[in-house]
Design a protein around this ligand. Structure first.
Ligand code: DUC
Ligand code: ZN
Ligand code: ZN
Length: 466
């Protein structure tokens, strides 16, 4: 047995901030004791980590990543190996990635493919949601089997006709199944049928630049789809989790539903909190770096997102990490914005950007941990193994230096992508030491982890229902 003692830090969870020492045995947290108490002073360990002046926080849980996702004729540029290594550098110790069912394929075949991509390659722990692209009798039955084996959430798309899209009837059927088996339906809420009409009209009129991606994917079409998804979930008697919310009007739909007491939940992402249509409008095709869906919105939407995070109308911040290199990948859409692969890198930056939000006064320190660690773990059935520091929890712990200064740059990041969406941004705070299930994987500027340390995590059903 190995014992690690983390001494003298401020332990921050979603509910507490306490000056405490943390004792780890092998892969688990076994005890916390008040700093300086006789109990804590009596502890001995093989490794003692000095956390004086630092925060001791749970490892981040990023509930929305797409390593190696096939999209628009290419693949997301981070593999499970490079993407989870970058996650570790940024203080994220669990990812929940999306396995994909292709049309005509079973859920099982899709899930097996994603297991094969990830197994033996991950630096930190990982789990899967299942993207359901083909709702039929067989895939509905398979949903039951997946819930039983720990894949307890299913993403459906109201966008991308011909690829991932499901119509309302299919969505209703999947939600009814989720209501019966405990699976949580996650929704990409944009009216893709209407968007495709606007795309066609924009291209025909010669509006081909990246900024038109944001213009055709109208805020109202996000709000309309969000409203429809909520109503369908209500009819099915199912809970709902809306992914990557970016529009103020969609937040309003969510707030109304929650005020009515419905089990309706949602995430937003750092790109919607820190970036805007100004980035999409950058000249010389640079705007392509910021093409994702839902799209970036005008800056004035950000206030509604921050407010939603403060009032708990939005519960989670995930990245939707889906990187494509500018050279050779984003460039596929020169002259036609609809051919730009959708997605932004961010798995390495989320914890630090949200700490900057603490520094800037948008959220409290405990809320930072709640939206980035505890609630994603609860939402997707990983709590309290993940998302907190408590006896019995996995020892996924970050010694976080709140005073460190960093400038975000592709020159220094670890994601396998040739640009940073936050290039040049100054941030206060940085992970100093990152521990994954008791093993130090990052220490100061050294990477000590390995591909294959990360272990697949089965999940319970949603632990966040009211
Ligand atoms: N949105 C993105 O930006 N990328 C991948 C899929 C999605 O829904
Ligand atoms: Zn999506
Ligand atoms: Zn996504």
């Amino acid at each position: 047995m190995s014992r690690t003692l983390i001494r003298g830090g401020l332990v921050i969870t979603a509910v507490d901030e306490v000056h405490a020492d943390v004792l780890v045995e092998d892969e688990k947290v076994v005890a916390l004791a008040a700093a300086g108490s006789t109990v804590a002073e009596g502890w001995t360990a093989d490794t003692v980590i000095d956390a004086a002046g630092k925060y001791v926080i749970p490892g981040g849980v990023d509930a929305h990543t797409h390593m190696e996702l096939p999209f628009g004729g290419t693949f997301a540029s981070d593999t499970f190996e490079t993407g989870t290594r970058a996650a570790a550098w940024g203080g994220t110790t669990t990812i929940v990635d999306f396995a994909v069912q292709s049309v005509g394929e079973s859920l099982r075949a899709g899930l097996d493919t994603w297991h094969a991509k990830a197994e033996g390659n991950c630096a930190v722990d990982y789990a899967f949601h299942m993207i359901v692209s083909d709702v039929d009798e067989n895939s509905l039955k398979e949903m039951d089997l997946l819930v039983d084996e720990g894949v307890t959430s299913f993403k459906l798309f109201m966008a991308y006709p011909g690829v991932f899209y499901s119509d309302d009837g299919r969505i209703l059927r999947a939600m009814q199944r989720g209501a019966a088996n405990g699976g949580l339906v996650m929704m990409h809420a944009e009216n893709g049928i209407a968007i495709d009409v606007l795309v066609e009209q924009a291209l025909a009129a010669g509006r081909t630049d990246p900024r038109h991606h944001g213009e055709v994917r109208r805020e109202l079409l996000e709000a309309e789809a969000t409203h429809r998804a909520i109503r369908l979930a209500e009819v099915a008697g199912a809970p709902l989790y809306v992914v990557h919310v970016s529009a103020e009007q969609a937040v309003a739909e969510l707030a109304t539903a929650r005020d009515r007491g419905l089990n309706v939940f949602a995430e937003t992402c750092p790109q919607y909190l820190f970036l805007s249509t100004d980035n999409l409008a950058e000249p010389d095709f640079e705007g392509a770096k910021y093409v994702c869906s839902t799209p970036l919105r005008p800056k004035d939407h950000q206030a509604a997102l921050w407010k939603g995070l403060r009032t708990n109308d939005l519960q989670v911040v995930s990245t939707d990490h889906c990187p494509f290199c500018f050279v050779g990948q984003k460039e596929l859409g020169r002259g036609d914005f609809s051919k730009i692969p959708n997605g932004l890198p961010g798995v390495e930056n989320r914890m630090d950007l949200l700490h900057q939000a603490v520094v800037d006064g948008h959220i409290s320190r405990r809320r930072w941990i709640e939206i980035a660690c505890a609630t994603p773990a609860r939402m997707f059935g990983l709590y309290p193994r993940k998302g907190t520091i408590a006896p019995g929890a996995d020892a996924d712990i970050v010694i976080y230096d709140p005073g460190a200064e960093q400038v975000v740059s592709a020159a220094t990041h670890h994601m396998n992508v040739d640009y940073s969406a936050y290039e040049g941004k100054r941030l206060r705070g940085k992970a100093r030491t990152v521990i994954s299930r008791g093993t130090v994987v990052v220490d100061r500027d050294r990477y000590l982890g390995r591909a294959g340390h990360g272990r697949y995590q089965t999940r319970e059903t949603c632990q966040y229902l009211v």
